[in-house]
Ligand binder design. Structure first.
Ligand SMILES: O=C(O)CCC(=O)C(=O)O
Ligand SMILES: [Fe+2]
Length: 359
């Protein structure tokens, strides 16, 4: 079945091509060649092939335990040349100039690196539309609308822990919020195509000195609505990811809407800086036991002022699990903000609880 098919014959052609690819991939899997199977479906398939996109999600999850991962190497964190030492706040580079040395000096020396124009406008359109489709399909499914079950844009694959998507117990969903990217197999297909197009696998392999993986739980599509200055929770993602000293991460957060600074949509409030430790949570005025208290944030901000970088749609920022941040809701916001949040892990240190995803 093809999502966007117009005529029956095209649909049939698409169907047989996709089923041919799927059977070739099964052959590779039965020989233990998971990477080759993934490469085949990814390079010859399309996000429109419903079964193929779902099979790829399952394969990517199943592959992690089937592949060999090295022992974590002993020269982490990597040395860097501190090239941004004089920059106040977060350094920034144009995507066309980005190198792994920028990435090291940005994340490890300054707490993050803004990369301008990392996603070209065509991709921004595509991913925004896919986020709308995903959230809408989830809403319709949760409300048990007729036909919602057949909508390919929200589908919980077998290998995703948590079982089939369950909406009992009054879970209410709207077209605002976030979803695991893997719960939208076509969207997962597109996002990985984008990562490949920008050379991210190579860049992160150089950064980690081993192959990176994604994960089920820390790969998220989001549409955040204005919230009249509400205070979101200050957090470090290292708080939720197990042993912060043991994991090696890089998050690529891409704005799909103009946001932050003086823009009309919520951006990200973030602290720059070099401190690499997990902060106390649930104290110093914290409203929740998982958030860093505002008094502690204010103390840290005396040295490293809170930034709310201005992003244009297509700009991104890399940071890791020590960065302290929250969604930045201003009083003046009038527009929804779309974003793609993708946490990458060095394959050897990927936390199993997050369910590693091979890409
Ligand atoms: O998109 C947001 O507002 C929050 C993102 C975030 O917390 C993250 O990327 O770790
Ligand atoms: Fe976060």
């Amino acid at each position: 079945m093809s999502i966007d098919s117009v005529g029956a014959s095209r649909q049939d052609d698409g169907m047989s091509a996709a089923s041919e690819l799927l059977s070739q991939a099964e052959g590779l899997v039965s020989d233990g060649q998971y990477r080759a199977a993934i490469d085949l479906l990814e390079s010859s398939g399309s996000h429109n092939d419903v079964e193929l996109a779902r099979r790829l999600v399952n394969l990517r999850i199943d592959a992690y335990s089937q592949l060999n991962w090295p022992e974590p190497h002993d020269h982490w964190p990597p040395a860097h040349d501190n090239r941004f030492a004089q920059v106040e706040g977060f350094p920034e580079v144009e995507f066309s100039d980005l190198t792994v040395d920028d990435l090291k000096a940005g994340i490890l020396g300054k707490g993050g690196l803004i990369v301008r124009n990392i996603m070209r406008p065509e991709w921004v359109e595509v991913i925004r539309e896919s986020i709308d489709r995903t959230l809408e399909a989830r809403r319709a499914l949760a409300e048990e609308e007729p036909g919602a079950e057949g909508n390919p844009w929200y589908f919980r694959c077998d290998s995703v822990n948590g079982g089939p998507a369950q909406f009992r117990g009054g879970t209410r969903y709207t077209n605002i919020g976030s979803a695991w990217t893997v719960d939208s197999p076509p969207c997962a297909f597109q996002a990985i195509k984008f990562f490949r197009e920008i050379g991210l696998p190579q860049l992160l392999t150089e950064y980690f000195e081993e192959q990176p993986v994604l994960s089920v739980r820390k790969w998220v599509v989001r549409c955040a609505a204005p919230n009249n200055g509400a205070s979101a929770g200050w957090h470090q993602d290292g708080q939720f990811l197990g042993d912060a000293d043991a994991i090696r991460t890089a998050n690529l957060w891409v704005a799909l809407t103009d946001c932050g600074g003086d823009a009309q949509a919520p951006g990200m409030e973030m602290l720059s800086g070099t401190e690499r430790k997990i902060l106390e949570v649930g104290t110093r005025g914290a409203p929740f036991n998982w958030t860093v208290g505002p008094e502690l944030v204010a103390e840290l901000a005396e040295r490293n002022p809170v930034q709310c970088p201005r992003f244009n749609a297509g700009d991104g920022i890399f940071f890791d699990h020590y960065n302290l941040h929250r969604t930045g809701f201003g009083q003046n916001h009038t527009q929804n903000r779309y974003a793609l949040e993708s946490w990458f892990f060095a394959g050897s240190t990927a936390p199993m609880k997050q369910q590693p995803v091979v890409f």
